[in-house]
Design a protein around this ligand. Structure first.
Ligand SMILES: [Zn+2]
Ligand SMILES: [Zn+2]
Length: 302
């Protein structure tokens, strides 16, 4: 993937074709090499996560292009400088917090377009973590070290409060989870276990297409197996399930006497699908959080 993003070639004719360099001392200014591991917004985060970086809105290179010795690349390769995920929390809500512009500045100067990220529990509350775009990029990287399973990122949206998106981590024990699938003409049934010899956690019945991959179910199983059932979660009623989630196109959710139902119309990857989930685990905060994280992973941008 491109990491060192060299500034575009200097054109001595200048932008007007009339020899701008003769007229302006700024002819050489304003451009710099950029670092493809330092995104500054959601589109460049997407580019960095998918190896499609182009020069333009990344932060400037701090290592004069010597990427092999660069601490930015070291942190990326080793998965350091990611996020300290709160235990048992598979999903965070990222809110984009623009840097304030300096007083008296009309254009915002160097802070224009710059932002930090606040990460909240999926259903709101005070921020649990603060980070920047590189922190999310490094947290998303998979397999850099033991126990770093990576994360994925949803499409972004704007609401009354800010620009926002979801960050859903993969579960470090996702590969150990076990899904027993039986196919019959009417429906496909998936039984979820966090471990092969563990208790059953839920049964998913897919009518129509299976609009998921095998790994989606393994990570849901691992999250359900590790629900931290604190006293709070046992006494509080489960949070109400939103019918739709921002940044999650088209999927609708409902919960009633007959379990939880997730409906997804036909998409580029899958046919129309209705999934009923019968929970063996209690339907509490931990279960709803795992379900919402699963729904985000199903439609992640990356
Ligand atoms: Zn660099
Ligand atoms: Zn299925």
């Amino acid at each position: 993937m491109p990491i060192f993003l060299e500034q575009p070639p200097y054109n001595p004719k200048g932008p007007d074709g009339q020899g701008w360099n003769r007229l302006s001392l700024n002819a050489h200014g304003g451009l710099w090499d950029e670092c493809g591991l330092m995104p500054t917004n959601h589109p460049t985060l997407f580019e960095a996560m998918t190896g499609r970086q182009r020069w333009g809105t990344f932060d400037p290179c701090v290592g004069r292009g010597e990427c092999g010795n660069c601490p930015v690349q070291q942190r990326y390769l080793t998965g350091e400088g990611g996020l300290e995920w709160p235990e048992g929390v598979p999903l965070l809500l990222a809110r984009v917090r623009p840097w304030p512009s300096p007083p008296g500045s009309l254009s915002g100067g160097l802070t224009a377009g710059r932002s930090n990220l606040e990460l909240h529990a999926w259903n709101g509350g005070p921020p649990l973590l603060e980070t920047n775009w590189t922190g999310v990029l490094n947290a998303a990287r998979q397999g850099a070290r033991e126990g770093l399973a990576g994360a994925t990122v949803s499409w972004c949206w704007f609401d009354q409060e800010s620009e926002a998106f979801w960050v859903a981590r993969f579960h470090p024990a996702g590969d150990e989870a076990h899904v027993r699938t039986t196919v019959d003409p009417a429906a496909t049934r998936h039984e979820l276990y966090a471990r092969e010899d563990g208790p059953r956690l839920a049964v998913l019945t897919c009518q129509g297409a299976c609009a998921h991959d095998a790994y989606h179910l393994r990570h849901l199983a691992a999250d359900l197996g590790d629900r931290t059932a604190t006293a709070d979660q046992l006494t509080l009623p489960p949070p109400s399930l939103p019918e739709q989630l921002p940044g999650v196109p088209l999927i609708t959710l409902s919960h009633g006497d007959k379990g939880t139902v997730l409906h997804r119309p036909q998409s580029r990857s899958y046919g129309t699908s209705t999934v009923r989930i019968d929970w063996d685990v209690p339907y509490d905060q931990g279960t709803v959080t795992a379900l919402v994280a699963h729904t985000v992973r199903l439609t992640a941008a990356i």
